[in-house]
Design a protein around this ligand. Structure first.
Ligand SMILES: Cc1cc2nc3c(=O)[nH]c(=O)nc-3n(C[C@H](O)[C@H](O)[C@H](O)COP(=O)(O)OP(=O)(O)OC[C@H]3O[C@@H](n4cnc5c(N)ncnc54)[C@H](O)[C@@H]3O)c2cc1C
Length: 346
């Protein structure tokens, strides 16, 4: 039996950030970070990695502001990290935008665009355009791997270890691995991404009411230039992101396929995915719609009120759930990690 003070289960961007936060704040604690795959092998591997200063409710906006400051500082301390600033334009129907303007943080500095010229996108009739900033995108798997790599002398990182059982005992939380080993941890942060309903914790996580939704983004074969802007299609909850370092544009739209499971979901596009995405894209960038024929597919965990879930499970303060970030797990990871560390360190 291996014993540690704190185990973080799941080495995606949220588990990785949480292990980093705990290690910084509890220098003498023994910590293990466990993943059944490799670091950032889950939803984080497919993330578009967009951070932009918007939040659907006050708590998400507060978390966004925290994460924004965190990433700014990280980037200034480690400029080599794969985090790339990008200017933003928001296209929205004027009425909707006035009603929902508060969703954008003041730091976005949104100002009406006198004229909007974009290589592809156009503002349809009855819409207006605002310019803003405070956005970046990241290579999420590379960033996660980098941050976890920096922890390896301090934290036991175990990849390829499937946690098949989780039991609350008087002496700690016992994690049973598929290797036959057990780890007893004083406290556990469960950051399983979309693996919400694994047998080992389904009865504990079920009452949170979180669900898993398919997430699709199309890749558009056209090399972005250095001045290309992120275009947020506010009314559609979609965006067009110039992934300069990858050499293509990414179009993210809202897919409504719910209650999928990460182990059985095909990670390739269907004809329906392409048709749905093109229908949205065609209204704003008709020339691009036909070029959108490849992409990335996975899923993410969503909470009932669209606020990430960071809370003890089954009333046990030793066992903290962190996740369900509603397709914004990269953007909100620093704030989620802070909240999880606050709880688990008591
Ligand atoms: C296509 C796509 C585009 C996206 N774009 C954006 C974006 O632009 N901006 C943004 O902010 N967010 C975006 N997201 C969402 C974001 O990627 C996720 O919210 C985030 O990656 C979730 O991180 P996580 O650490 O919770 O989950 P994951 O990265 O899935 O990590 C969970 C880990 O837990 C491990 N695990 C699960 N079960 C077990 C077990 N039994 N034993 C051991 N380990 C286990 C998994 O192997 C996995 O590595 C996107 C998601 C997708 C799919």
């Amino acid at each position: 039996m291996i014993r540690v003070d704190i185990a973080v289960l799941g080495a995606g961007i949220i588990g990785g950030m949480t292990a980093r936060e705990i290690a910084a704040r509890a220098p003498s604690a023994s910590i293990a970070l466990l993943d059944r795959a490799e670091v950032a092998g889950g939803a984080s591997r497919r993330s578009a990695g967009l951070h932009f200063p918007r939040g659907g409710n006050a708590r998400v906006r507060e978390s966004t502001a925290y994460s924004h400051r965190f990433y700014e500082q990280l980037r200034s301390e480690q400029p080599e990290l794969p985090i790339f600033p990008v200017p933003m334009s928001v296209i929205a129907s004027a009425d909707t935008f006035e009603a929902e303007r508060e969703k954008y943080l003041p730091l976005a500095g949104l100002t009406p665009a006198a004229d909007f010229t974009h290589r592809f996108a156009k503002a349809p009739a009855e819409t207006s355009v605002w310019h803003g900033h405070g956005c970046h995108y990241a290579d999420v798997p590379a960033l996660t791997a980098h941050l976890v790599n920096q922890l390896r002398d301090r934290v036991v990182v175990r990849e390829g270890v499937h946690v098949q059982g989780l039991e609350q005992t008087p002496d700690g939380i016992e994690l049973r691995l598929a290797t036959g080993e057990s780890i007893r941890a004083g406290r556990v942060v469960l950051a399983p991404g979309p693996w919400l309903h694994a047998d080992a914790w389904a009865p504990l996580v079920g009452p949170l009411g979180a669900r898993v939704k398919k997430v699709v983004a199309l890749h558009i074969a056209d090399r972005p230039g250095p001045d290309d802007r992120l275009v947020v299609l506010h009314d559609e909850d979609a965006f067009l992101l110039p992934l300069r370092e990858r050499g293509y544009w990414l179009f993210s739209y809202t897919c409504q396929e719910w209650d999928v499971t990460p182990d059985t979901l095909p990670t390739c596009l269907t004809g329906q995915d392409i048709a749905e995405a093109r229908a949205v894209l065609g209204r704003y960038a008709p020339d691009l719609a036909s070029a959108a024929s490849s992409g990335r597919v996975f899923c993410d965990a969503y909470s009932p009120d669209r606020t990430p879930l960071v809370q003890p499970l089954a009333g046990d303060p030793r066992l903290v759930f962190a996740g369900a970030a509603n397709g914004s797990g990269y953007r909100l990871a620093p704030a989620i990690a802070k909240a999880a560390a606050d709880l688990v360190l008591g």
